[in-house]
Design a protein around this ligand. Sequence first.
Ligand code: PEP
Ligand code: MG
Length: 589
Amino acid sequence: MRQVLGGTVAARGMALGRARLAQPSRYAVDTRPLADDEVEAEWQMLERALETARQELRELREKLTGTLAREVNEFIDAHSLLLDDAELLRGLEDMVRVGRYRPGAALKKQRERLSAAFAAMDDPYLRSRKEDVEQVINRVIAALQRQTSPEERKLAARVGEILVADSIAPADMAQLAGSGLLGVVANAGSAYSHSAILARSLGLPMLVGARDALSSIHDDDLIMLDAERGEAVVHPAAQDLTRYRSWQRGLAAEGRRLATLANQATRTRDGVSIRLLANAESPADIAMARARGSDGIGLHRTEFLFLKHKRPPAEDEQFNAYRDLVLGMGGAPVTIRTLDLGADKADAAGLAMRGEDNPALGLRGVRLSLHYPAVFSTQIRAILRAGCYGPVRVLVPMVSQPDELLAVRALFNLAREELRQENVDLPERMPLGAMIEVPAAAINVRALLEHADFLAIGTNDLAQYVLAADRNNDALGDIYNPLQPALLHLIAHVISCARRAGKPVSLCGEIAGDVGFTALLLALGLEEFSMHPAQILQVRDRMATLDHARLRRHARRLLRAPTHEAVAQLLDEIVADASAPPQPADEAG
Ligand code: PEP
Ligand code: MG
């Protein structure tokens, strides 16, 4: 019988497919106590399940590349650490050996205990780790299930399926999307979670908070997921299927229309030319950046190369990667960002772990690079050598004061000298730019402009540092809002100072590729946007509908709005005005 379940849209879109339930938290467990002679074998079974879970996470880490890896690896690392947590393991072993719990019952009990302990914590960050603990233990339970009942289906999506789950870990989301999953319906979760952000960037429709999903939906039920309206329709009727087909036709028409924009110039409705650059890591990103007619690479994050091998890569290995990137862009400018590792990730690259209390405020980005001059110089030599193959700019992350830029420039000069003596070909000039992602850099940007050839505003971090809100902490969703007036003031200040100094300024945080922010950033005077290449056509399309002169006239009002809610409201008005039909006054103005 047709049934409609309501939920909150976490990632828009629609999908029609068979339900696949993943609910390790609801598996029935055998609560009979173990007999003496069963203990050893059962403990070994649990150890195998733990090892399977660790192995799954390792495999996931290897499979993921590019921006996705960056998003997900932090979770994979956190989950891997939990799986090796001595206290968790000791607790489980005691329960099996002393308490005579069967492995499934022991895991369930531990999950309940830990999740209650985390839920009771005062610190909202620690409270939000409850979900991590549950997801990790559920992974072990699922591995155990597969051992005890081989017919149990794996949590591996097959083409044509919609996952119905309690909640879904970001790592699983990435893996499932790659194996043909069509969409996700989650009982719990929020639209601000990292899984939700990932679902959006993967183009996977997702509904969260669909409270009755797990109790009402069964494996293989046909579901129409409507993450436009916020519904999951179980056993859809003819009228639902008609709606789905009409949505599909609309989507295809929109795709065809956008495809025609691939090689067009980017202009606002009144003809102002805007540069659209790509944030590109993998060969697939680079191919997409070219296919969509980007004006170059505005951000290439080099830390992936370091994290991939868990050690700093050799000069030639880096040179080959950077050269391929430059060649891949066929003469368009490429911005290579120097290493942006934080203390939390430094160990993964084989650099000494500092055990800092506040890694986000610690030895991160250029601070870490300057701390390891030998590692940094190797990277600098590789970048300089790649610069012979096309136009390259160097971007320095986490700059907080001019000294850092001067120190980097000195290392570049030194490396040039060395390479010259080794008779290695060198590019004549390589512009050096600063990322503006620390409030001090934004406020004191004039001083930086004395030494920087260009700037790139990193709003992902600038927002977290100006608002003192961890960008990875889901519990802070409403504070970490890129419409916050304080952030807009800094963006506007940086853009206007750079323009006055006659130096290029781009913005490469997530908001650059979000059409909800296009009008706002144009109003603030931004003319260079750098985004994931998948967003380029939508942003180009949006720009063509907006009148630049009208937007600019609203900048002051936008900056006077006192709260992010007021900015959002004003933005709606401004977009309506800038996309209203042209008036004779526009021509005159
Ligand atoms: C940013 O902080 O906005 C940025 C683009 O850098 P990342 O996301 O790599 O920190
Ligand atoms: Mg950053």
